[in-house]
Unconditional design. Structure first.
Length: 586
């Protein structure tokens, strides 16, 4: 069992929980995860030995158990009772395993060569005085390259990383420099240093930018040189966030690797290697690097806004339309970098709607991918065939058996559609996919260039550990993917129980779904009823059997609107009627 008081006094545990919910920290200050907080209004503090969270804007306050209770929709007492369960806290409490120690670096090298693989490079991290803090060995194994840090302890050289925060690689070189180039990886920093440039990088790989001490770069002129891929852009973005928090603020510029004729995933070292291949001298390579650095453009919030305006003007930043005009106009849901939820109870025909949408997007020439978690591809293609042919009977095996020739004729007529749409649909394997697998699949489709990616339903995915932790990691990963690749993600979900009336508190999964999604649509299934509806030609009364509730529309003006829809049982498709308006006197 884990002592609850030890957890309450553990600042790292509280911060890890908040970061899993999307908080970004600068010291003890952070943005609030319980409301839209673009200017950090919250933070953590210690009182009576207990670390607590408080937001000065919304007033949310509590220790680690209070927050876990809010995230998981339980009580603090319930969270305390299951304190021994959470995987992440068990990992924190686990004793440090015994790492091998060695009398000298030569002994480390011998061990690495015998047990790990051939050593390809050694990177020594120095402090400002030039003393070694740790050495990172890059080795080649049968599975590829691996990096292993070593640092000196009172017992000898230990095969583990030095205590955080780590110094940046190349610290003595950049300490007194006015201009510094930041790249990803020690190899790239060494290449730049060889040609006379003051360069550095962080320790621990692309995902650990925040684990290094960047304070010595305060007030300097910084050139950011990202690798030419999504991970490289993500790394540089993390570095930028840290640098923006330094005092005095550095002057930041960034190089666009696409302008340097670099292919996907290539970096500074590849740039130099290509110059060597065509016979360039060291002096010519240094000149080429200088010219590349001179292409860097200043980073500023104003420039970001101007670039967005330019992207909108050129059509590079635009929302994908839905099959329905009002939904498109009111939500602007499918802008690049967005996540949309389509919710509703069982029987609301969400899966039919999802197929209708993806067939429509395919018809627009968009690259799309839809992961169907339930049933196989043939099942969903049969439903799509029923929609496109307006013959709902195709979903009835008894009718197909009695009308086999007619059914086959319809399939032949629409064979080209089925072949194309079949490439859009990805059917789940026999095993239930996990959220981690779905996140990896979304990233794979984004890399393939898909503009719109869907999962139907995400609620069927397997989860490991606490719901808030698992769902938070998943949603952060797909939001990052959507942002990095400029795509849109549509997640079909359900309420936690049979609930036809829209209620965000009843969404399956943890509360982070409603927080991370930019748009939430709830499809309500009901008997035919009459509503007063505003249409293009005026206001009239109309019968409808579906109501689409726009519960959240961060990018549009339709939050709170209700739209009348009709589900056509012949075409198994949804038809938009108009905006529901209040009856007079209601």
């Amino acid at each position: 069992m884990i002592d609850k008081n030890l957890l309450r006094s553990n600042r790292a545990a509280l911060i890890e929980l908040l970061e899993s919910a999307g908080a970004k920290f600068r010291g003890n200050a952070c943005n609030c995860v319980f409301h839209e907080d673009h200017h950090p209004s919250a933070g953590v503090y210690q009182k009576g030995g207990v670390w607590r969270f408080k937001c000065l804007s919304c007033g949310e306050i509590g220790d680690i158990f209070d927050l876990r209770a809010k995230f998981n929709r339980t009580s603090a007492a319930a969270e305390i009772r299951k304190v021994a369960g959470p995987v992440q806290l068990q990992r924190q409490a686990a004793p440090k395993k015994n790492e091998p120690t060695f009398a000298s670096l030569d002994a480390v090298r011998a061990y690495m060569a015998a047990k790990i693989g051939k050593i390809e490079a050694e990177y020594v991290y120095l402090d400002a005085a030039g003393d070694a803090i740790q050495t990172v060995f890059r080795s080649r194994t049968k599975d590829g390259k691996t990096f292993r840090p070593v640092h000196l302890t009172d017992k000898g050289y230990e095969l583990s990383a030095a205590p955080k925060p780590w110094p940046v690689y190349g610290l003595p070189l950049v300490t007194n420099a006015e201009t510094v180039v930041i790249c990803e990886g020690e190899r790239c920093a060494d290449v730049l240093a060889r040609y006379g440039f003051k360069a550095c990088t962080s320790a621990g790989g692309a995902k650990n930018a925040r684990s290094s001490d960047w304070a010595p770069l305060a007030g300097k002129s910084i050139i950011l040189w990202p690798d030419h891929d999504a991970e490289g852009r993500r790394y540089i973005a993390d570095v930028e966030v840290v640098l923006q928090g330094l005092n005095p603020l550095p002057r930041l510029s960034i190089i666009d690797p696409a302008q340097l004729d670099l292919a996907e995933s290539e970096d500074v070292a590849n740039f130099v290697e290509q110059l060597k291949v065509i016979g360039k001298s060291d002096a010519e390579i240094a000149t080429a690097l200088t010219e590349a650095i001179e292409t860097a453009k200043p980073l500023s919030l104003a420039n970001d806004v101007r670039q967005r305006i330019a992207d909108i003007r050129m059509g590079r930043y635009a929302a994908i339309s839905w099959p329905w005009n009002l939904v498109s106009a009111l939500t602007k849901a499918l802008l690049p970098g967005t996540v949309t939820l389509l919710a509703g109870s069982v029987g609301a025909t969400k899966s039919f709607v999802c197929l209708q949408c993806f067939a429509y997007w395919m018809s627009l020439g968009l690259r799309a991918a839809l992961y169907e978690v339930e049933e196989d591809r043939t099942f969903h293609l049969t439903r799509s065939l029923a929609q496109v042919s307006r013959c709902a009977n195709l979903t009835d095996p008894d009718w197909v058996k009695e009308n086999a020739d007619a059914a086959d004729g319809i399939a032949q007529e629409h064979a080209a559609f089925l072949d194309r749409f079949g490439r859009v649909i990805y059917a789940a394997p026999d095993a239930q996919p996990s959220l981690e697998q779905l996140g990896a699949w979304v990233q794979e489709q984004a890399r393939r260039g898909c503009r719109i990616i869907g999962i139907d339903p995400v609620t069927m995915a397997a989860r490991t550990g606490e719901p808030w932790t698992a769902d938070g990691r998943f949603l952060q990963s797909i939001k990052r993917t959507a942002t990095d690749y400029g795509c849109s993600v549509l997640l079909v979900t359900h309420p936690v129980k049979q609930c036809s009336f829209p209620d965000l508190t009843q969404l399956a999964g943890s509360a982070c779904y409603q927080r991370f999604a930019q748009t939430i649509l709830w499809l309500e299934h009901h008997q035919e009823k009459t509503s007063r509806v505003r249409m293009a030609c005026g206001t009239t009364e109309i019968e409808h059997n579906r109501t689409l509730h726009i519960l959240k529309a961060r990018n549009g003006r339709g939050g709170g609107f209700k739209l009348a829809f009709g589900f056509d049982i012949e075409s198994l498709s949804l038809n938009e009627h108009g905006i529901i308006v209040k009856q007079r006197g209601a």
